[in-house]
Design a protein around this ligand. Sequence first.
Ligand SMILES: [Zn+2]
Length: 91
Amino acid sequence: MHQAYGAAPGGRGIRRRTLAEMNTRTCSRAACESEPVSTLTYVYADSMAVLGPLSLEHEPGSYDLCVRHTRSMSAPKGWQVVRYVSVGNEY
Ligand SMILES: [Zn+2]
């Protein structure tokens, strides 16, 4: 008998990110790697935080947010939040 697959112990289940996956963006919040669903842009001139659909390209001053962080997003005091996206309300 011989082993057809020389599987190393512990080698299964851990998958490195491929290059394609590295190119996809993740949530901007620290320690969050969820897929972003919206883009938050701060408009300093108007003290406005604008939540819109995920932008195609990452722009300076904008932050991609996942569903969870889109919901929990709160603007600094005195800022207005404008939401152009709804992320459902399943919970
Ligand atoms: Zn997030």
